[in-house]
Every structure is written in C-alpha cells, then in structure tokens.
Design a protein around this ligand. Structure first.
Ligand code: ADP
Ligand code: MG
Length: 255
C-alpha cells in the first residue's frame, strides 16, 4: 500500500457556521495501481486531493491519518512538505494553475528539476528536453522556448505533466486533468498517462466527475457523494453492478 487515508474529515469555517466538505473518508492506493475517485461537482474530490498535498488554505480543520509508504522511507506523513512535488506530484484541470504565464515552458521545467535534484543548469535543461519527449510533445526544442500561451490546451497539459514528473514521483494525483479538453485531446492525454504508468511504474489517484473517463484509466474506483465514499471496488465490477443508487445515477448520465 502506497497511500493510506484513514477517517479523513475536512471542515471549512464560514460566517454561516461550518461546512464539512469531507466526512470520514478512508481510501488507499496500492503501489502501481490507479485509483479513480469519482463524484459530482462539489462532492469533495479536490479538497481530498489538496489535503494529501498539504495545500488546503488556513484555517481549514483537517483530522484523520494520511500516510505515505515509500520504499526508502518507512511511513511518512504527507503533511511533510518534502514529499510534495517529489514523492507525490499533482496535476490540475487548468494547466495555468501550475504554469507561470510570464516564463518560457523550458525554463519552468528546468527550475522544477533543479528544485528536486542538485544538477547543473545544462544537465537540468537536457533532462527537461528529455521529459518533453517523454510526454510526447512535438518538437521539444520549440516548446522549450515557447511561452505557455503559445501552446494548445493539450500541449500545455503535457508540459504540466512533464513538470509533475520532474521530481520523479511515485504517486501522481491527477485532478480532472482532461475535463477542460475536447474529446480527442482528452483521449490522447489519457493514453499518455497510461503509458507513463507502465513505463515509470507510477501509481495514480485519478479524479473525475465522469465515470466513463475513470473506466478508461482506473483499476479500482471510489465513488464520492457529499463528502462521503458511498461505494468502492474494482472498476469493472462497479460499472457492471453498481450497488449504490448514486453510482447508477452517475452511470446513467454518461454520454
Ligand atoms: P469537487 O472537487 O468534488 O467538485 P471540492 O472538493 O472542490 O468538490 O469541494 C467540496 C466542498 O467544499 C464544496 O462544497 C466546496 O464549496 C467546499 N470548499 C472547497 N474549498 C473551499 C474553501 N477554500 N472554503 C470553503 N469551502 C470550500
Ligand atoms: Mg474538483
């Protein structure tokens, strides 16, 4: 087991009282596995992911256990910021969350590499170009010099994936990485993530509101509704024989 979440509760204080966004959530991701986390908008998927990364804004109340079992370390709390971006990396729906519009793509990925590895600028640059190839960007040298706004949505997403891979993570958290893309680009990004998973032995927590997308990439799925996990199991079984009415609803609204 690589990541284990036990009894996670996330509460946001507000003027009108408190909002409990996540209620007693327990889930795990095995090594080499992709866990799909699916649920309607507002069900608590993103805040669950952010809590793993230790990225929730102050003064959010987070209780429960989040542990990360990396082979070289024993058990590590993910609140440990050293894990962020190296052992665990995250990609978002909107690539501009990760990319800075005023810097060229190559420089940003080079910096990300130097953040995690003490290598020379030239070495980091070579590694960045290799990463651009790895994420199947066409003409890596051109993309290296380009600003983010000069790229298509799918290309930006590939640069963001390259940046996430810079620290050689064991776990990739992908929060709706294909939701903003049109269908063909979406398929290509899913294909890339599947390849990376096989090549780099990446484990993944893949978040989507779309069970169809989850069925294309996940081994197991956890279904989230109003902050709670209502159903979990191997993706094939859950799709074939959903136990919870909410899951049947999600299945019915697939295109
Ligand atoms: P999902 O990713 O499943 O669409 P989220 O995890 O973003 O849903 O949100 C879950 C709930 O938490 C929602 O009700 C949302 O309004 C609330 N929420 C998210 N972030 C904050 C925040 N920073 N402050 C207050 N409430 C928040
Ligand atoms: Mg979300």
């Amino acid at each position: 087991m690589l990541l284990n979440i036990h009894n996670l509760n996330i509460v946001f204080p507000s003027e009108r009282g408190v909002v409990q966004a996540v209620k007693n959530v327990s889930l795990h991701v095995n090594s080499g596995e992709t866990l799909g986390l699916v649920g309607e908008s507002g069900s608590g998927k993103s805040v669950t992911a952010l809590s793993i990364m230790g990225l929730l804004p102050h003064p959010t109340q987070v209780t429960g256990e989040i542990t990360f079992h990396a082979p070289n370390h024993s058990i590590l709390k993910t609140q440990n910021s050293k894990l962020r971006g190296s052992e665990i990396a995250m990609i978002f729906q909107e690539p501009m969350t990760s990319l800075n519009p005023v810097f060229r793509c190559g420089g940003q990925v080079t910096e990300a590499i130097r953040l995690h590895h003490s290598v020379s600028k030239a070495e980091a640059r070579d590694r960045a170009l290799a990463l651009f190839e790895k994420v199947r960007l066409p003409d890596p040298a051109r993309i290296f010099r380009a600003y983010p706004h000069e790229l298509s949505g799918g290309q930006k997403q590939r640069v963001m994936i390259a940046m996430a891979l810079a620290g050689q993570p064991r776990l990739l958290i992908a929060d709706e990485p294909t939701t903003a893309l049109d269908v063909t680009v979406q398929k290509a990004i899913l294909e890339l993530l599947r390849e990376l998973r096989a090549e780099a032995g990446l484990s993944m927590l893949f978040i989507s509101h779309d069970l169809g997308v989850i069925s294309e990439i996940a081994d197991r799925v956890a279904v989230m509704r109003q902050g709670e996990i209502v159903e979990t199991g191997p993706v094939g079984e859950v799709l074939k024989n959903p136990v919870h009415a909410y899951t049947r609803g999600l299945l019915a609204c697939r295109p």
